[in-house]
Ligand binder design. Structure first.
Ligand code: NAD
Length: 373
């Protein structure tokens, strides 16, 4: 079997496998072809891939491999060239991309979407969403600290005292918890908010205060994810967030609901009520943003508040983000590669079955099937 590793599109600095991960597949007797300069922006040169046994090829050849691997989806034209039973492994948010899923079904491609890996204990080592959220939460706080006109920690100096920055984190999932930990390490006073009751303990254990709105819908059936809240809850929540936002110097927005538009938590009025010089980093920018004034992939200043809309912060730390992504890929691909280096699709394995979106013209993931079809 041959794995083809694609170079990511312009602007993305990560790569799905670093040479250290490629070596694992070579040891498993799998051929690995790497697109020319695929790892360049993550500081891995073609020679580094060749040194572990990979072959450097042009993109066209990579796209003919038995298993095509990347982080972002290849272009539409490239997808249309994929053959029946060819395996594609990348991230393509099937829940908000039905047209694409339909096309993959028609092409009879076996497509795995890594954002579909079940959030179970056994799948943790393959969970790219968690690894990338860890990077994003950390980078969000460093970005905010860089853009803020204030110190994060408290200082008592001969030039007077500096009070610590107040950070409000909205959404205490993987990215939010990492943002809390990073802001605490930098000495800020941190508050956090989430609709899931389970988040309270986690927030408190990191030394932050939990902002609580009573009456949240917290559905066990959602597999640990948040669910859409009632109108009454949303109004109470907005009033409380406005109260806390007014006092915050930094807001890190991470609240998301899979397959839905991100919840709107910071209105235009809330931004107007914030102190000039405050900074908002919105990680939910690509799904609509938690802040009404967020512009995706832009830094803008509104009412004296800097708003950074960036859902791809992991790309700004390409070396370690690629290392984590690659390690997740090794753990996942080992499930579908047999002892002789051959493709081995075991549909009895819930991780394989649920991560796979399409196979031989059928939708495999029960979650995708129940929501889209
Ligand atoms: P996510 O990126 O989908 O969302 C981020 C956070 O936003 C979540 O905590 C969510 O509850 C919160 N949120 C959604 N709507 C909100 C609103 N209106 N107001 C405030 N907060 C809101 O989530 P995630 O970080 O991927 O993690 C989701 C859950 O899955 C967490 O419980 C996490 O611990 C769990 N998880 C489990 C595993 C595992 O067991 N393998 C792995 C990763 C995550």
């Amino acid at each position: 079997m041959t794995i083809g590793l694609l170079k990511e599109p312009e602007g993305e600095l990560r790569v799905a496998l670093l040479p250290e991960s490629v070596k694992t597949f070579i040891d498993l007797k799998v051929n690995v072809k790497v697109e020319k300069q695929a790892g360049e922006t993550a500081f891995s040169k073609d020679e580094n891939y060749q040194a572990v046994g990979a072959e450097i090829c042009e993109r066209g050849e990579i796209l003919q491999a038995d298993l095509v691997l990347s982080i972002h989806l290849p272009s539409q034209e490239e997808i249309d060239q994929l053959k029946e039973n060819q395996v594609l492994v990348c991230q393509f948010q099937p829940l908000s991309n039905k047209e694409l899923v339909d096309r993959l079904l028609k092409l009879r491609v076996t497509a795995f979407s890594m954002d579909n890996v079940p959030r179970t204990t056994r799948a943790q080592s393959m969970d790219v969403l968690s690894s990338m959220a860890t990077v994003a939460g950390y980078q969000a706080v460093l970005t905010a600290a860089n853009q803020s006109p204030r110190f994060f920690p408290m200082f008592m100096t001969a030039a007077g005292s500096i009070i610590p920055s107040k950070v409000l984190v909205l959404g205490a999932g993987v990215a939010g918890l990492q943002a809390i930990a990073t802001a605490r390490r930098l000495g800020a006073v941190v508050e956090a908010f989430d609709v899931r009751a389970a988040a309270e303990e986690e927030v408190k254990s990191l030394g932050a205060k939990f902002v609580k709105v009573e009456g949240a819908k917290d559905e066990v059936s959602a597999g640990g994810y948040a669910v859409e809240q009632s109108q009454d809850y949303k109004e109470k929540q907005q009033a409380l967030i406005q109260e806390h936002a007014k006092k915050a110097n930094i807001i890190i927005c991470t609240a998301q609901i899979p397959g839905r538009k991100a919840p709107l938590l910071i209105t235009k009025e809330t931004v107007e009520s914030m102190a000039p010089g405050s900074v908002i980093v919105d990680l939910a920018a690509s799904s609509g943003g938690n802040c009404e004034l967020t512009e995706d992939n832009k830094i803008c200043e509104k009412h004296g508040v800097k708003i950074i809309g960036n859902s791809n912060l992991p790309s700004s730390m390409p070396m370690d983000a690629s290392k984590m992504y690659g390690k997740n890929m090794v753990n996942f691909l080992k499930l579908i590669i047999g002892p002789e280096g051959q493709l081995n699709l075991n549909w009895e394995d819930d991780i394989v079955a649920n991560t796979c979106v399409t196979h031989q013209g059928q939708v495999m993931s029960s979650r995708v099937k129940s929501i889209l079809y």
